[in-house]
Write a protein that binds this ligand. Sequence first.
Ligand SMILES: [Zn+2]
Length: 96
Amino acid sequence: MDHCKHCGKELTHVEGRKKKAFCNVNCRNKYFYAGRKRMIEQAKAALAKQENPKQTVIVGSENEFMGHPIPEGLSSIQLAVWKNTIKVKAVGVKKM
Ligand SMILES: [Zn+2]
């Protein structure tokens, strides 16, 4: 017997149909949202470890975002988090 990956409820499979991994759409959404959140947290942690990302950067307009050089070797999710950090910083400076 398989169980829902999110809530652990027992799953009933229909013969000949693809096996389900979740008892309903709600559980599936929650499960994937939690996974995505974890990925973002990991990306943030990875960025935090890079004390000076500028050292790994190739200077050039194509490698800049809002005037900041984009660190090399970031995965797309890390890049998204990095860009968001830049945006937050930019807003913070304007307020001060
Ligand atoms: Zn469930």
